[in-house]
Each structure stands twice: as C-alpha cells, then as structure tokens.
Design a protein around this ligand. Structure first.
Ligand code: SF4
Length: 321
C-alpha cells in the first residue's frame, strides 16, 4: 500500500492559565511529537482514553487546528508549509465524521441541503446534477429519497450519523477522520453504523483514520492500530499482531478490559491505578510511569522512543530497549 499521509513529529500545544499581565504561564501538550503514516485504502484505528489527544490529532489533520510544530506530508506536499488559502484547497480531500451527529448537522437545513452544501460550495457539479448526487448519497448510506426534505431532529441518532457520513462522502474525500462515530449511539445501532462504514470503505476505496476510546470498537474496522497515551503514540501494529501480541503495558491494560463472551475463556483484567496525569504537567520520563505495573527506575528519568521491534510493530517502552 502506498503512503497517503505521513505525520512527522506533530505537536499541538495550547497556552493556558494567563497571568496578571496576560502572558500564558503553562502549556497543555495535547499532542506531543507524534509520527506515523496512513496508507492509501487502509483504516488506521487510533485508540486511547479521553483526553489523550486523539481528537486533537484528528482535528489538525482536517485543518480545524493548526499544529504547533511538525509536518503532515499529503500526496508529497507538506500541508503545514502551505499558506492558509493553499491549504484550504486540500480541505475537501480530508473530511471528518463527528462523534455527536446532532451537533454536527445544521438544525435549520433539510438533510438534502446539508448533503448538497459541500458539493455546491466546492462547485463539484453543475446545479442540475446536484439533486441526483444527493439521492445517490442518501441511498449509499441506507436512507431513502423521500427523507431528503426532513430536518435532522426528525431522524434517530443512527440515521443522523448516516447523514453525517453522506455529507462527508459528498466531496469524494481521500481521507476521512471518523471521530468516535458510534460512541454516542445505542449499542444496537453501533454495529449497523460500523458495518456501513466498512462497506463504504470497500465500495469507494476510502482511507480512514478511525478514532475510538476502546480497542473493541476499532477491532472490527481497522487494518492497523495506534495506541495513544497523554499526547504520545505508545504502540502501532497491524491489527492482528496488536491483539495477539500487545507489547506496551498500556495496550495490555486496554485489551484486558475487553469483555470475553466465551465463558470457557478467562483472562486477568489489568486494573490501572490512579488517574491520567495532567497534560499540563506530564510525568518526566515515560508518561505512563505513574500508572505502569512494570515500571523500572529508568522509566522515571528517560522518555522511551517509539521503535520498530518487529516489521510494522512499533512500541515506546524501556522494556524493549
Ligand atoms: Fe512502563 Fe517503563 Fe514501559 Fe513506561 S517505559 S510503559 S513505565 S515499563
């Protein structure tokens, strides 16, 4: 698979706590020196607890945030080096499906107009072809043409997420960032939306960055998985490898939290002690050291680097130095 996007040493720091003179005194390192690649046609799952920086990373990719430093090479061009108007030309290639489908849809527009809007703004089709495309997109996501003139509040949560997916597809993007697209939905609906996303990926040859807080959600859809903790990527591996042979203690803890349906199989749940530290004042050394059950003296002093331990399997942990 060829590389679609290469993220290199990407960081996003927010200034917080202004002092008396209006100068910020602290930095919140939401994303800190993150590097990975997304291949054309793959679904890259990005997993971590709330506040680990995964949504911030997704928002940088779709140009909702500017990175503090680092680069994003998309089809050979470093997007971070482009002027804002040049970068905007690439925006249609990268779309986002949001966690809360209701908040992401304009309540005053019909769903047909919501789907048509990006087609019209980007002048992708002559005016007399737009409706045909809207009908096609509604069908693609399992909605009927007669629902075109309804408003978002007339739909269920799952249907609203289908509208959000149709809107993202409308501009024929090359990369879709799916930001926890099923976490706000009923469990019974989650599988339907996940299946729809998987089918659309195959049908349109889409590339996904699929963000979720649990490894159980991304298991179904991802080809490779990256695990984030406190602004850093701590492990990346092909899906099968990661689930069969998790190396980072944090990944092991996340995997142990997935319930097993088979009563014959038993597994030891790893309970992590303490809370996730503040990204304003993260631990020196390994960021996971305050909660790690395999911590060693070196972990408190030196931050481990993300290293390739076996082909395609990367981990940031001193256990593998
Ligand atoms: Fe645990 Fe040390 Fe590895 Fe960090 S570097 S995950 S503290 S063993």
């Amino acid at each position: 698979m060829s590389v679609l996007m290469e993220i290199q040493n990407l960081s996003k720091h927010f200034s917080v706590e202004s002092n008396f003179f209006g100068k910020s005194s602290s930095l919140l390192k939401a994303v800190d020196d993150v590097s990975f690649t997304i291949h054309k046609g793959e679904a890259f799952g990005l997993v971590g607890e709330s506040g680990c920086g995964k949504t911030t990373l997704g928002k940088i990719i779709v140009n909702l945030y500017s990175p503090t430093k680092g680069s994003m090479i998309f089809e050979g061009k470093d997007l971070t080096k482009l002027k804002e108007n040049q970068r905007r030309a690439y925006c249609k290639d990268m779309q986002m499906i949001f966690q809360d489908p209701y908040a992401s849809l304009n309540p005053r527009m019909t769903v047909g107009d919501i789907i048509a809007e990006p087609i019209v703004i980007n002048k992708l089709l002559p005016a007399n072809k737009v409706e045909e495309r809207v009908t096609y997109l509604l069908n693609c996501v399992g909605l009927a043409q007669h629902q075109r003139n309804r408003y978002p509040h007339e739909f269920s949560g799952g249907q609203r997420q289908r509208v959000g997916i149709a809107r993202a597809l409308a501009v024929e993007p090359k990369l879709i960032v799916c930001d926890e697209p099923v976490s706000a939905l009923d469990v019974s609906i989650q599988a339907q939306v996940l299946n729809l996303l998987a089918d659309l990926k195959d049908e349109f040859g889409l590339t996904y960055l699929f963000i979720a807080h649990g490894l159980n959600v991304v298991k179904h859809i991802s080809d490779r998985v990256g695990v984030m903790y406190l602004g850093k990527l701590v492990e990346i591996a092909p899906k099968k490898e990661l689930y069969a042979n998790p190396l980072h203690p944090y990944t092991q803890a996340l995997l142990s939290a997935i319930p097993i349906i088979d009563p014959e199989k038993k597994k030891q749940r790893i309970i992590l002690e303490g809370d996730v530290p503040s990204p304003i004042n993260p631990p020196a050394g390994c960021r996971f050291c305050s909660r790690c059950f395999k911590e060693m003296p070196v972990c408190k002093e030196t931050a481990p680097e993300l290293k390739e331990i076996s082909p395609g399997h990367w981990v940031a942990c001193h256990l593998f130095d």
